[in-house]
Design a protein around this ligand. Structure first.
Ligand SMILES: *[C@@H]1O[C@H](CO)[C@@H](O)[C@H](O)[C@H]1NC(C)=O
Ligand SMILES: *[C@@H]1O[C@H](CO)[C@@H](O)[C@H](O)[C@H]1NC(C)=O
Ligand SMILES: *[C@@H]1O[C@H](CO)[C@@H](O)[C@H](O)[C@H]1NC(C)=O
Ligand SMILES: *[C@@H]1O[C@H](CO)[C@@H](O)[C@H](O)[C@H]1NC(C)=O
Ligand SMILES: *[C@@H]1O[C@H](CO)[C@@H](O)[C@H](O)[C@H]1NC(C)=O
Ligand SMILES: *[C@@H]1O[C@H](CO)[C@@H](O)[C@H](O)[C@H]1NC(C)=O
Ligand SMILES: *[C@@H]1O[C@H](CO)[C@@H](O)[C@H](O)[C@H]1NC(C)=O
Length: 770
């Protein structure tokens, strides 16, 4: 009875704890009570917090006359009401109207009516301190010639313009910059009237948009899509304030950055107001835009780091590779040589993933793929020549465990060609498992993904496919591993691939593995997406945190597979020309570091994209190969050797836990067995007792040359220590990088990981073999 209650309670908890947004870290600007104010264009201001990068605030324009009523731009506004204007006596007592910001009110400046002296109509604005005028405009009605002059503080006077009857009612603008002005004067022999006189000072035209977070928040990163328009702004500054009065900590942004830019504020600050101040070109009708502003605390949109649990899989078993039918040889893998295709890549892969296109199997989702006919070499329903068994058998022969990404999208199989999506998907799943699964088929396939990146279907439509196909697969083969398409958990507003709407609670039951893709990009200050090292705080590689959180919350018993990850790089005669490309050496280095970070992030498998560079291909992801393309004979790139090197050293070891993980160095511990090790709850001294290897590096860009040192206090028995370098691809590591004195081990860390082996056998005291 008690047990039943417990089961029921757990059931209720599990039902209620499903959180589709468990991985997502909302931006401070998306919280209730957030408001936006702008110096102009106020009716569009809220567009910068509407979760849509493609809607914008647009400012008003300062010129030709938008600045006139604005106290922040018109330095003459209210000069007269503040007592800075005077006229010859006889003028009406209405001078204030020429600096009131309103063109419809007139000031009258009359000829002096006394009988002595020269008869003039004269008006003067005088400044108590020197002032710079960058633009001066005047609107008036003149009976006869009226002179506009300035007097400088050095007592020189210059005539700026002789205003005529023809200038009546017009805006007359002086664009010459006038520095150290003391007085502005207008003088005529006849009465004249002034509608307005206005000026832009040395600050020029500025527009500001300010987000009020509603309360004080810790802000560590701000994401701005702030593209100002084509060459509309000369400068853009981001400012912060706690009280909307003192704005501090200014950051310069590049106004022409087209894509969103992340600004790292470390150390984080506690603020309430985030302001963008645009400096506009002084041109008529110039306007600026802002598209979106987001802000997070110091953990940014990725949130807390994953708590590192001890791995249950060796490094070799974790690492696999993405392949394809024939591996660029245009023939079945069964016809390849012992150093080609699966036989080449299995040196660094324990599993391989295939893009198995649904349109190779059926011409329409309602069709039976006829895998039995295929088995007898009569082809599939769609391709008369095709036999997947021939292909997959060769992969299996090369000891590759097979994950099939059953690939279809709204492009290849539009929603409308699915007559009854759930039933058709169910049947396709059934056919697939009957043929390829272990329970009733040939057992060639270990896992199947329901779509690769099926992001162009509507979520509700994809839900039906997922439900039907997973049920069909499961009904025939309870063991075949079933994966949904690859989705992410960090961006709720990217509706195409957000897991929260794609993998829903009712569908989770028939899913065995959470499927995830990650690449290591960030945007630079120019708003250009670039490739970066995996530990960079802005790197999209950090999105592993969000998906792990999502899994931990919603499907805690199911593993995560990262079925695509990697870096594009040049090398071996094949260039890489995109901003996301890194060097061949960096690809190798980041590959190793990325692998170890994923191993430490509680994922079960990771599948490198791609086995080889692609041929005749000039887009991103064409240079992510472990080898060159067939054009260059699949020559191994550095990353291939690096993976071979790390697998030779610790391929049969398990990640045990973290010794240290901070900016100074990542120091991970590996051991021969994971039994009795609980990485997340043991002290690092306890973990060390189980460790056979230490891998240590500095989490920095490959170009960074700085070194830092970690001192590891070993257990009492200090034994043989040896250090290792990867097959000649990295700068030499030698005994200067590691030193032992008694139980103290010092490791010098650089961007290049050092593997230190701690041998259990007592063959020497601190002898170092380089
Ligand atoms: C008459 O005007 C002149 C200058 O235009 C001025 O200097 C003088 O003081 C004025 N006289 C009287 C009586 O207002
Ligand atoms: C007086 O100041 C103005 C503006 O600052 C300058 O252009 C001019 O050359 C100066 N004149 C003399 C005589 O110094
Ligand atoms: C799916 O493709 C059709 C065209 O075949 C298109 O009209 C529709 O908008 C697409 N659906 C989505 C969600 O993109
Ligand atoms: C899961 O699969 C089983 C076996 O086919 C099926 O009976 C069940 O309806 C499926 N559940 C869901 C939620 O699709
Ligand atoms: C070890 O490497 C450093 C530089 O990395 C070099 O200066 C030193 O001579 C090397 N020592 C030996 C013994 O090879
Ligand atoms: C080794 O450590 C001992 C103290 O434990 C110290 O006295 C000695 O100087 C150290 N040797 C070197 C070479 O650093
Ligand atoms: C080894 O140390 C030297 C300098 O002492 C450094 O240049 C080199 O990068 C280090 N190697 C590694 C892998 O840390």
């Amino acid at each position: 009875m008690e047990n039943e209650c417990l089961v029921l309670l757990l059931f209720i908890l599990s039902v209620y704890s499903w959180d589709p947004d468990a991985g997502y870290v909302p931006s401070w600007t998306k919280m209730p009570g957030v408001t936006v104010k702008a110096t102009s264009g106020a009716n569009h201001a809220a567009n910068i917090i509407d979760n849509d990068d493609n809607t914008h605030w647009i400012s008003g324009s300062c010129l030709p006359s938008g600045y006139v009523p604005r106290a922040d731009e018109n330095i003459l506004l209210n000069a007269c009401s503040n007592g800075h204007c005077s006229a010859e006596c006889g003028s009406a007592n209405d001078l204030v109207k020429m600096t009131d910001g309103n063109f419809y009110t007139l000031s009258n400046v009359n000829v002096n009516t006394n009988t002595t002296g020269q008869q003039k109509a004269k008006m003067m604005i005088h400044f108590p301190t020197p002032i710079d005028l960058h633009l001066l405009s005047i609107w008036g009605i003149y009976k006869t010639e009226t002179e506009l002059r300035v007097t400088y503080w050095n007592a020189t006077t210059v005539v700026l313009k002789s205003l005529q009857h023809a200038d009546n009612y017009k805006q007359i603008t002086i664009t010459k910059v006038l520095n150290n002005v003391k007085e502005i004067l207008l003088e005529s022999n006849s009465n004249f009237q002034l509608k307005e006189i206005a000026s832009i000072g040395s600050e020029g035209c500025r527009e500001r948009i300010t987000v009020d977070l509603g309360t004080l928040r810790e802000v560590g990163m701000v994401r701005t899509r702030h593209w100002a328009g084509s060459n509309s702004a000369t400068a853009l500054t981001m400012l912060f304030s706690a009280d909307n009065i003192a704005f501090t900590h200014t950051v310069s942004l590049i106004p022409n950055a087209l894509h969103a830019v992340n600004t790292d504020l470390s150390p984080a600050r506690t603020v309430r107001y985030i302001q963008l101040e645009y400096q506009l070109f002084q041109k008529n009708y110039e306007k600026v835009y802002c598209w979106e502003i987001d802000a997070w605390d110091h953990l940014t949109l990725w949130g807390k780091p994953v708590i590192a649990n001890t791995q249950k899989n060796t490094i070799r078993n974790i690492l696999g590779v993405n392949g394809i039918w024939g591996w660029q040889h245009s023939k079945y893998s069964s016809l390849l040589n012992s150093n080609e295709g699966p036989n080449l890549y299995n040196a660094v892969a324990s599993h391989a993933r295939n893009y198995h296109n649904l349109d190779w199997d059926v011409t329409s989702p309602s069709k039976d793929p006829q895998y039995c006919e295929m088995e007898n070499n009569h082809g599939t329903q769609a391709k008369s020549w095709l036999n997947w068994d021939t292909e997959y058998s060769a992969w299996r022969k090369a000891n590759l465990v097979i994950d099939v990404s059953f690939q279809f999208t709204n492009k290849s199989f539009p929603q409308k060609v699915w007559q009854s999506p759930e039933i058709e998907a169910f049947n396709l799943g059934k056919h697939f498992a009957s043929h390829f699964g272990a329970a009733h088929g040939n057992g060639l396939v270990d896992a199947v993904e329901i779509g690769n990146e099926p992001w162009d279907y509507e979520a509700s439509f994809y839900n039906k496919i997922l439900k039907g196909m997973s049920a069909g697969l499961k009904e025939i083969d309870p063991k075949i591993k079933i994966l949904p398409g690859a989705f992410q958990a960090h961006d709720k507003h990217d509706t195409g691939n957000y897991i929260g709407t794609r993998v829903t609670q009712n569908l989770a039951v028939n899913i065995s593995v959470v499927n995830f893709h990650t690449y290591s990009f960030r945007t630079n200050s120019h708003g250009v997406r670039i490739g970066t090292y995996p530990e960079h705080s802005d790197s999209s590689f950090n999105s592993i945190r969000n998906i792990v959180r999502w899994r931990d919350s919603n499907m805690p018993s199911k593993p995560i597979w990262v079925t695509e990850w990697g870096w594009d790089a040049d090398g071996k005669g094949e260039s890489c020309t995109f901003p996301e490309c890194v060097s061949e050496a960096a690809q190798a280095l980041y590959g190793i570091r990325g692998l170890l970070i994923l191993a430490r992030s509680n994922v079960q498998k990771v599948t490198w994209f791609f086995y080889a560079n692609s041929q005749y291909c000039h887009t991103l992801f064409c240079r992510s190969g472990l080898t060159a393309s067939t054009t260059h004979n699949f020559v191994k790139k550095n990353v291939f050797y690096a993976f071979e090197g790390i697998l030779n050293l610790i391929g049969d070891k398990y990640f045990l836990g973290i010794y240290q993980e901070n900016d100074n160095g990542y120091v991970y511990l590996f051991g021969l067995s994971h039994a009795h090790v609980t990485g997340s709850s043991m002290s690092r001294q306890q973990l060390l007792q189980h460790a056979s290897h230490i891998v240590a590096w500095k989490p920095v860009d490959i170009s960074e040359v700085s070194i830092s040192t970690i001192r590891v206090q070993l257990g009492s028995a200090i034994n043989h220590v040896s250090i290792h370098k990867f097959t000649g691809q990295f700068p030499a590591i030698n005994k200067t990088n590691v030193s032992v004195n008694g139980t103290v081990l010092d490791i010098k860390m650089s961007a290049h990981p050092v593997v230190v082996e701690l041998r259990p056998s007592n063959v020497g005291s601190g002898q170092i073999v380089g």
